[in-house]
Design a protein around this ligand. Structure first.
Ligand SMILES: Nc1ncnc2c1ncn2[C@@H]1O[C@H](COP(=O)(O)OP(=O)(O)OP(=O)(O)O)[C@@H](O)[C@H]1O
Ligand SMILES: [Mg+2]
Length: 328
């Protein structure tokens, strides 16, 4: 069917093993991304956003993490793909812009060599054409492309590396893009172009999973929002609904800390800190920061995502959702 999701993620769980113990960074995350939409995953640092982005394409560190759950791309369970099939899918159909662009580049190869290699494999062109395409792709995002082609990753700044990622992903013309903080290190002009490019993917019938903690970017680009806290989605809604009538006190708190949404125009930092994932309490992990908590919040685990009655597909994992809305 035309509106079947491109990407379906179900009950995704990821645990990292570290010297300090196990860190459950994704604790049963489910969502869909449909063709023609940008879904933004938002949340504070260490809530598990990048973990979800990596897990989708099986890019987690194999030796130190375990993953369970189902990821389907156009109806196909990715766990059934061979290594080769998965490699082809990555890049050509689903491209990723990593949050840490520098670390994602191969340190021993020049930028030109690795761009050309990616294009040779995914676009199935010869060496020479791959090199020409690499140069063209870089020229789109930076004036001094020739110098960067010959550079090794350690010679690049974070912003430069991010542009290389954008150049690579753009040239591959993926059906879907997973963009993890794609504009974090970019100067305003390239940032603007990158945002327009993400919109272009959506408008051409593709899809974007946008991972960010920048609500400005969310407001401008996203069609739907999924708010993540301590490894779980706590609220999902279309972007207008999420901004107007957030139901989870965490979403409300995040929006309150933004100048344009704060009641009375006052900027308030959200009090408290996210919990330590290695020692999560059985009850709602937002409890210590929540001023809406009721008795059940202290005795029961947080509920699953529940339907809210104000808009279709508005879900929140809260026993006592917010009743008042915020201004537009
Ligand atoms: N490779 C890893 N090994 C061990 N722990 C990890 C690893 N990657 C992430 N973590 C831990 O998992 C948790 C979630 O991290 P993740 O990077 O997914 O968060 P995030 O929401 O993307 O944060 P940020 O906004 O800072 O990018 C954190 O506690 C982090 O320290
Ligand atoms: Mg991250």
């Amino acid at each position: 069917m035309a509106d079947d999701p491109l990407l379906e993620v179900r009950d995704l769980r990821v645990t990292y093993r570290t010297r300090d113990g196990e860190i459950p960074a994704a604790r049963g995350v489910s969502f869909d991304v449909r063709a023609g939409e940008i879904l933004a995953i938002v949340g504070e640092s260490a809530s598990g956003k990048s973990t979800v982005g990596h897990a989708i394409l099986d890019l987690l560190p194999q030796a130190t993490s375990t993953m369970s759950g189902t990821v389907r791309w156009r109806g196909r369970d990715l766990a059934t793909l061979s290594t080769d099939e998965l490699r082809r899918l990555r890049g050509r159909e689903v491209a990723v812009i990593f949050q840490d662009a520098l670390a994602a580049l191969t340190p021993t190869m020049t930028i030109g060599e690795q761009l050309a290699e990616v294009f040779r494999v995914h676009l199935e062109v010869g060496q020479d054409e791959a090199r020409v395409r690499a140069r063209e792709a870089l020229l789109n995002v930076m004036p001094n492309a020739d110098r960067v082609l010959d550079a090794h990753p350690f010679q690049l700044s974070g912003g430069m590396a991010q542009r290389v990622m954008v150049a690579m992903a753009t040239a591959l013309q993926p059906k879907m893009l997973i963009a993890d903080e794609p504009t974090a290190n970019l100067d305003p002009a390239v940032r603007q172009e990158t945002l327009e490019w993400l919109e272009g993917i959506r408008d051409a019938g593709g899809a974007v999973l946008l991972i960010t903690h920048d609500f400005g970017v969310v407001a401008r680009l996203a069609d739907r929002v999924a708010v993540m806290y301590a490894g779980k989605l706590v609220e999902t809604a279309d972007v207008r609904t999420a901004f107007r009538s957030p139901k989870h006190p965490y979403t409300y708190g995040l929006l309150q800390s933004l100048p344009q949404f704060a009641e009375g125009g006052r900027l308030r930092a959200m009090p408290g800190q996210p919990p330590d994932l290695s020692t999560l309490p059985p009850e709602c992990p937002f409890l210590p920061r929540c001023n809406k908590a009721i008795a059940v919040c202290r005795t029961e685990p947080a509920p699953p995502l529940l339907e809210m009655d104000d808009a279709p597909d508005h879900l929140a994992a809260c026993f006592n959702p917010m009743a008042v809305g915020l201004r537009d």
